[in-house]
Write a protein that binds this ligand. Structure first.
Ligand SMILES: [Zn+2]
Length: 55
């Protein structure tokens, strides 16, 4: 039986460059199609791709 923190009800993504945060998969996030790497999430605030996506 999995122990999941009760306060984590939605996965969120966080930009490690500027600290921008929004729900994972939200329209706010920009998406980049990168050959070989696939789809990456890009921060709409600073355009960094150093985004930690929630699981
Ligand atoms: Zn950012």
């Amino acid at each position: 039986m999995a122990n999941e923190p009760a306060h984590v009800t939605k996965t969120r993504s966080l930009c490690r460059n500027c600290g921008y945060e929004a729900p994972s998969g939200a329209d706010e996030w920009l998406r980049l199609e990168v050959p070989k790497l696939g789809r990456m999430t890009q921060c709409p605030s600073c355009e960094s791709t150093d985004v930690v996506t929630g699981r």
